[in-house]
Design a protein around this ligand. Structure first.
Ligand code: SIN
Length: 303
């Protein structure tokens, strides 16, 4: 029997639910030597801001058991270069859905970037959860009123492209933020971003990251992400993209059963550049074993 892996996000058809998370896939060209990106459900672009950013001082990454820390600091060429250079370059070899990830340091910056890229991509993911910048970023994602304000501004600046809001796990109750974004007009939610963490070099007695604190990701955070997707999916009616620690096809099934319509694979791509390919290739076999004919049938099925 043919197994149907197709899912749909706000009417946008994805051939399968698997896409790289923002930040691990650059602007698409970086993985071309490994596999054809057209196998992906979607491509998610590196976080983009109003102006070009050099990012944080190095070291920006640190290894951890079953995961990693990053404090990249939103390095990117800026929204104008993404629109004039990166998007056209990606479109030369990739023909599927594209998700742009937008960060800002003020509500106005979010709105301006969303307005500029409206209609040029399939989904705008508004990132209110970056833990690696002093102003903005996660500051907007840990307060329901600010989260709603950014969402309203992003929706107000766009007319064509659905807006998803990417939530932070560094809150007491993520459902509160999810509901606030939904009420402010979000078309969908992406969760979770990284968990705040740090490492200390015991020989030098100094933090490993130049920025001291960073975002923890990797397979260790999968149960946390799953729990949050489960909680949020039970209180919102907009689609949820699940992200956090996914490293294998089984994790995709579990995340969808918790409520995700699609999933993003993050740091596993940095450990194994073939991660998305491997997961997508395995999905039909796993569906057969689990007697799943259509992937959409398992979304939110867990009690
Ligand atoms: C970064 O560029 O610092 C990571 C982005 C994020 O965690 O949202």
């Amino acid at each position: 029997m043919v197994r149907n892996t197709q899912v749909s996000l706000c009417g946008i058809k994805l051939k399968n639910p698997v896409m790289p998370a923002s930040g691990v896939y650059g602007f698409g060209g970086e993985y071309r030597d490994f596999y054809d990106p057209n196998i992906l459900g979607a491509v998610v672009l590196k976080g983009t801001t109003a102006r070009p950013r050099f990012g944080n001082p190095t070291p920006r990454v640190a290894e951890c058991t079953s995961g990693m820390l990053n404090s990249v600091g939103l390095q990117n060429p800026g929204i104008d270069a993404v629109i004039s250079q990166e998007l056209p370059r990606l479109r030369e070899f990739y023909h599927g859905p594209v998700i742009a990830n937008i960060s800002g340091f003020s509500v106005e910056e979010y709105a301006s970037c969303c307005g500029k890229i409206d209609g040029l991509v399939d989904i705008i993911e508004v990132n209110i959860s970056c833990p690696n910048v002093e102003r903005g970023g996660m500051g907007f994602g840990t307060d329901p009123e600010l989260a709603a304000e950014v969402t309203r501004a992003a929706k107000g600046a766009t007319a064509k492209t659905p807006v998803f809001v990417k939530l932070s796990p560094n809150v007491a109750d993520i459902t509160e933020i999810g509901i606030a974004c939904q009420e402010a007009g979000a078309d969908g939610l992406t969760l979770i971003n990284t968990l705040l963490g740090m490492r200390i070099d015991i020989r030098t007695k100094t933090p490993v990251l130049a920025n001291k604190i960073g975002g923890f990701s990797g397979s260790a955070i999968f149960p946390v992400a799953l729990r949050m997707v489960y909680e949020v999916s039970r209180v919102v009616h907009i689609p949820v993209i699940g992200v956090g620690g996914i490293s294998k096809a089984e994790d995709v099934i579990e995340m969808m059963m918790a409520g995700a319509t699609a999933v993003q694979v993050g740091s596993e791509n940095l450990r194994d550049p073939m991660a998305c390919y491997r997961i997508i290739e395995k999905l039909p076999n796993l569906m057969e074993k689990l007697n799943i004919e259509n992937l959409v049938d398992i979304i939110n099925i867990a009690e």
